[in-house]
Each structure stands twice: as structure tokens, then as C-alpha cells.
Design a protein around this ligand. Structure first.
Ligand code: ATP
Ligand code: MG
Length: 410
């Protein structure tokens, strides 16, 4: 049923090598699920009964990573394959290798187990399929194949307990159901409603990883809508989804834009989305009397990034990117003298211009600004000069305070 042609040769060679050394080894998880659904997997994970140290000994180009959840990375020049040792996941007396907190959340999970035990600690039945590319057999202890055929996301074990152990499973259920067009089992829906709030205790680093998987995979808008319908957006984004009409439209437009870029194989960055998602909040904090107070604007930028950081980490390298896009919005509104040339030369001009277009799309007020900049980029220097001269009300243009569309300032 599964075509080995679609599997990374490097991954198959690792399975072979482990088996030659008398260990069990399988492809597992998302890659098997995707292959069964006719989707080309983006990466390949392997599960084995070899311990991390034993794996390390067999593969020179490898390293052990993680503490909470130890894994081995095996790499060649172009690929990196994750190899995990079977875990038992049982919560009986152990030497501190499986640790949970008061809410039942698993803090550490490093007790080795058998293949069968390993299947039960996975999140959903469709993610618990083990494929041996040599015998071409699939191990399926949890009716995963049946649920793929029925197009259902089903939890392994009681989702109330499983989602307390690891609240991120709520977001994962939503993500997989959208990606595969599978229905979410009723029990899981209930568990999301009851246990979703536990996402508050998840580390910001882990939520940033999940944020990227949710919003940079090509179905950001669809994911966002479902996350809002389960009332979980606050665990990913600072701005409340119930806020102004404009801010909701802005987020939607930014997500649509991201999805389109993914479809066209254009570059994408979480920085752009975060800049868009936080923009209404930045304006809200910078407003005084329906105008933007520049002092407040500049002061609020770091403050808002810090607040978002409490929810999802934002790696350092994105901070200046986000702030550049924000500050350039002010500059794009200022079209006199030498300013447009300076703005145009800025290394982040293109991203800022894209963001301006998104703001315009989200606004119902008329604005000629995006169009003006579209022309400015195409024109030769004589026409650019004319464009600047053509602006009628120079004094108004001169004022930063006039920046922003009316709706953004309400
Ligand atoms: P994708 O890579 O498309 O997000 P995936 O299913 O491969 O999907 P990974 O996060 O790469 O997801 O995890 C690989 C496998 O590890 C999963 O298929 C699942 O079996 C198991 N797994 C991952 N995260 C969890 C979790 N939070 N709880 C239980 N099992 C998990
Ligand atoms: Mg994966």
C-alpha cells in the first residue's frame, strides 16, 4: 500500500542499519500517516528499541538531543532524521524518568519500553502507525488504519487525561483535522473545551514551535478560524480575537497572504505575521485623541513584544524585523522631499510595503497610498519626482500624526 519510492533513502538506510544490529526499527508517526493519505511527508521519524546511547554507537554522524524527551538526530549532508527509543509511558514507580506536575502534565518522559507500549503513548490513532520498509508491513495497535479510512481524529485513551498530560494535543488535533480534512471525534472536542485552558502553562518556546506549524504550513486561515471557534487564540496571540472589526480583518488578510505565499513557494517568516497580529494593539496603545502619539508608539513596541513573548517566544532575530516593519508604516505615510527615497532604500521596504497593502485591504476607507508606492517602485527617477510633486496637500503629508487609516485610529 505504501510506496517506498516516496520515502527518503537515507531514512530507509537507517532502519536497515538498526535491524542489521539486531534492533527493531520502524518509520513512525506523521510520515506513515501522510503516506497512507497520499501526502508526501515533509520529514521522516524512526522509532526503535535501541537506546540513545546504542544508536549513537552505530551512527557516527549523530547526536543525542533533549532532556525532557531524549532523541537522537542522525544526519547526512542534506537530511536530518529523528530517531526515538520506544517509551513505555507507564506512570508506576520509576527513577524520576517520567515526571508529571499537579495538573497531570508530563514534564519528563524517558522510560524505555516495547513497541506495543510506545504505540499507547502517542497522541492520536492515526499517528501511531509503524511501517517497516523492508517487510513492508504496518503495525497498527490502535485502529489507526481504520480511522484513516473513516477520516477521523481519535485520541489514544481518554482525551481528558491525555490532554491534561500534554495540553498542546488540543492544538495538534485541530491542526491535523484541517490538514487532512478529518473530523475531530466528539470526545476530543469536549476535551478541547474542558482542557484547552491548560495551554496557559505551556512554555513559550514550545508554543512558538506550534505557532509556526499552525500558521506557516499553508492553511493558516483555516487553522486560525478553527482555533478561534474553540476559543484558543488567546494562547497563541496577544490580541483578542473579539477585538475590533479592523483587527480581525487585518489578521485574516495577513493569514491569507501567508497561505498564498506558501502556495507560490515564496519566502515566509513568522516575523511578518506577528507584526500584523500585534499591529492593532500597538496602535491602541499609541493613540491619543484619534491621532498617533509618536512617543507612545516607540515606547509601546518593545512593551508589546514583551507581552507577546510571555505567550509565544519570539526569537531575537525577529524583533528588529518586526519593529522595522512597524516603523516603516509611519515612513510610508510620509511622502515629501527625500523621505520616499530613503524609505524605498530600506532593506525591509518590500515587507513593509506588503504589510501596507494588507492594512489597506483590511480597511474599508479609501486610500491611494499602496497604489502610489506600487507606481513609485516601477517609475524611473523623473516620474518618481513628479509623483512627489503631484501630491496636493504637502503640509498634510508632512504630518506623521495623520498617519493611519481612520479605522485604525478608532
Ligand atoms: P507534523 O510533522 O506534520 O506536524 P507529526 O505527526 O509528524 O506531524 P511530530 O510533532 O513530528 O508530528 O511528531 C511525530 C510523532 O510523535 C507523532 O506522529 C506522534 O506519534 C508523536 N507525538 C508528537 N507529539 C506528540 C504529543 N504531544 N503527544 C503524543 N505523541 C506525540
Ligand atoms: Mg513530523
Amino acid at each position: 500500500m505504501i510506496k517506498n519510492k516516496k520515502i527518503s533513502k537515507f531514512a530507509i538506510s537507517i532502519v536497515e542499519e538498526l535491524q542489521k544490529n539486531k534492533f527493531q526499527a520502524y518509520l513512525v508517526g506523521g510520515c506513515v500517516r501522510d503516506l497512507m493519505c497520499g501526502i508526501t511527508p515533509k520529514d521522516f521519524d524512526i522509532a526503535t528499541n535501541a537506546t540513545p546511547n546504542e544508536i549513537r554507537k552505530i551512527f557516527k554522524a549523530s547526536r543525542i538531543i533533549g532532556k525532557r524527551f531524549k532523541l537522537v538526530h542522525i544526519f547526512n549532508r542534506s537530511e536530518l532524521i529523528e530517531v526515538a527509543t520506544f517509551r513505555s509511558g507507564v506512570d508506576e514507580a520509576n527513577e524520576g524518568n517520567l515526571v508529571t506536575d499537579h495538573s497531570g502534565k508530563i514534564l519528563r518522559d524517558n522510560i524505555w519500553g516495547t513497541l506495543e507500549q510506545d504505540t499507547f503513548r502517542r497522541d492520536f490513532t492515526i499517528n501511531a502507525l509503524y511501517y517497516c520498509p523492508i517487510s513492508r508491513k504496518i503495525e497498527d495497535y490502535n485502529s489507526g488504519i481504520n480511522h484513516i479510512n473513516k477520516r477521523k481524529i481519535v485520541s489514544i485513551g481518554d482525551p481528558m487525561k491525555r490532554f491534561s498530560e500534554d495540553p498542546v494535543r488540543s492544538l495538534r488535533a485541530i491542526r491535523f483535522s484541517n490538514k487532512l480534512n478529518f473530523k475531530i471525534d466528539k470526545d476530543i472536542k469536549n476535551a478541547i473545551y474542558k482542557k484547552g485552558h491548560l495551554l496557559e502553562n505551556i512554555s513559550n518556546a514550545r508554543l512558538f514551535d506550534e505557532f509556526c506549524k499552525i500558521f506557516l504550513g499553508g492553511i493558516a486561515e483555516k487553522n486560525f478560524n478553527k482555533i478561534v471557534s474553540f476559543n484558543l487564540s488567546r494562547y497563541l496571540i496577544l490580541t483578542d480575537s473579539n477585538s475590533s472589526d479592523f483587527s480581525q480583518k487585518l489578521i485574516k488578510e495577513a493569514l491569507k497572504n501567508t497561505d498564498k505565499r506558501v502556495e507560490n513557494n515564496q519566502s515566509i517568516t513568522p516575523g511578518f505575521l506577528i507584526a500584523a497580529m500585534l499591529w492593532p494593539e500597538l496602535l491602541r496603545k499609541s493613540r491619543s485623541n484619534k491621532e498617533i502619539n509618536l512617543r507612545k508608539f516607540f515606547r509601546s513596541m518593545d512593551q508589546i513584544l514583551r507581552e507577546q513573548q510571555k505567550i509565544t517566544a519570539i526569537p531575537r532575530k525577529f524583533h528588529s524585523y518586526i519593529k522595522d516593519i512597524w516603523v516603516l508604516q509611519l515612513k510610508l505615510h510620509s511622502r515629501i522631499g527625500k523621505q520616499p527615497y530613503k524609505t524605498f532604500k530600506h532593506p525591509r521596504f518590500r515587507a513593509a510595503y506588503d504589510f501596507l497593502l494588507i492594512r489597506e485591504r483590511a480597511s474599508s476607507c479609501y486610500s491611494d497610498l499602496g497604489e502610489w508606492w506600487t507606481k513609485f517602485q516601477k517609475n524611473n527617477s523623473a516620474s518618481q519626482k513628479q509623483q512627489i510633486l503631484n501630491l496636493k496637500d504637502i503640509s498634510e503629508e508632512n504630518s506623521f500624526k495623520k498617519f493611519g487609516f481612520q479605522e485604525e485610529l478608532i
